[in-house]
Design a protein around this ligand. Sequence first.
Ligand code: B12
Length: 430
Amino acid sequence: MLVDLIRVPDPTCIDDLLDEPLGLLYLAAVLQAEGHQVRITNLAGYSSEDWKSEIKEADVYGIQLYTPTAHHGITIARYIKQRFPHKLIIGGGAHPSAVPDAKDLIVFDHIVVGEGERSLIAILNAHKNKKNIPRIVKDDFIEDLDSLPFPARHLVDMHRFHRKVGGKRCFGIIGSRGCCFQCAFCDHALFGDNVRFRSIKNIVDEIQHIIEVYNVHHFEFFDDMWTISKKRLREFYEQVKDFQITYRCNGRTDILDPEVYTLLYESGCRLICYGIESGSQRILDAMKKETTVEKNLHAIKMAHDANIPAAGYFLLGFPGETRKTIQETMEFIKRSDLDQTQFYTFVPLPGCEVFKYPQRFNARIISHDFSDYFLVTGTDGCGGRTIETDALSAEELSQEMKKIRQFLKERGSKGGMQDYYYEKLKYKEK
Ligand code: B12
């Protein structure tokens, strides 16, 4: 069977060709291992009009859906239904995992909730053998991640992706799935409430494979919890030290062990990205971040002491946000000496606690149209207007965003809210 896996364009994003579509490449690898033919149709970079000619005939179509771009995925699915009415169309990814029953997903013959590797094969087998299978398919989480093949990067032109670490082209890798924290703005439908780790050996084998095939030594780890285990980091360092890699990763700021930072640097970490979210303790508590302003500052300093530049991601407009708390965030940036920052307006993605129980946060969801749920850009640099609180109106938030933009610009911003604004990533090689 020929299965066409489609990556949906994201026109609100300045560059949606940063990273390879890792999830689809995992699915492709599993499909190939089962003897299917696979094509990846990568529509990233296309505007909402010009992708039609890229859609070619296949037996089955699989479309990855994120909430902010799900409406484009639905348009593509409707187009395929019209052009190839008898072909199977399957939707999967973070959006349908959170809201599998959403009305406009009805165009999909099947919806996969959670990880797709096993469910996709189950659907194809059921259709081949004319067996019944529900429209919405959900399997248990995959415990043994080492049992998965490496992502089928050979199916895409890896030169099309722009992500760089320390100015050098890099590949994405995910060494674990899931997160054990319960931030009120995040949804766990995709990978669950616990972390499942690949073995370090399996991760290093993938790195070695990439070096051999592509001669690329630079990586981005997409794990939510890359820094959580010192034992794993030590093992990683031991196994990877001869490969001379560099990488960027996400880190939690409540890990304040200097040895962790030494291991990070020695194993090649050259950028650590923290979800700082806010400079206000009240907002951090409301978000259930389980960290503090002081720990956030301390973690950035520890990264710097280890010669690792630090990036901070911020969320503006979480319920309870006021002009005062935004001012605290600006003060935080002044104090923190972050090397990069990125600001997003808070959009309650479906499945997160604020979306499910807005009243707990004194908030009102004002739009259930998911095309409003974009996180960045917009005419004023804000994300979509989907939520309202008593503390800060949408108009006030927009004004505050403008102020932040101006403030960042004065400190060297390139202008757009989603641009990194510090370019002082010149770490010293020891
Ligand atoms: C790295 C990352 C990115 C990278 C690159 C993503 C990539 N490699 O494709 C960048 C920075 C480009 C990015 C962009 C965006 N991202 Co992002 N990203 C992530 C992150 C950290 C890891 C993604 C990843 O690689 N996972 C590993 C792979 C194996 O998983 P996967 O891609 O989800 O695929 C699996 C399943 O989803 C499922 N599946 C996926 N597609 C399909 C299709 C079919 C047919 C089937 C059956 C199954 C299936 O099976 C796959 C294998 O198990 C996650 C958070 C996280 N820790 O998961 C957020 C996350 C996925 N991103 C998110 C969002 C919102 C976005 C943006 C829409 C942001 C924006 N612009 O507004 C864009 C969309 C990009 C696009 N092209 O449309 C949200 C999605 C939430 C939601 N409800 O939609 C997440 C969950 C973060 C969060 N908590 O908010 N992202």
